[in-house]
Design a protein. Sequence first.
Length: 122
Amino acid sequence: MFKKINRLSKTSDVQRVFARSRAFFNPLFTVRFSPSQNLSRFTVVVSTKVSKKAVIRNRIKRVAREFLRLRLKDLLAGDYVVIVKPVAAKKEAAEWRRSLEDLLNKSRLIVNRPLNNGTMKQ
């Protein structure tokens, strides 16, 4: 679970991110990113179109939040809204993590990426 300072919980904040952000897409996720000074805040949105079952929606949110929490220091400072697409319900948790990591890498939102030899690139 994120610390309270890393949560994007107010509706007005989420709407501001939607209005003033860049969007990045892949088959499972959409990430909307709005840069800020020195703090990263996150929210994960999983609609009932993804699954009618709350158990599945909550599992996807838990996996995505935990992945983002572990990568918190590697991500650019800003507000993130992660939107899950309906295709994700048919995939496994490992595929969610891999897809989200690929999306963040391709969109260059991850600052510290490991190179092939294991050293870090900044």
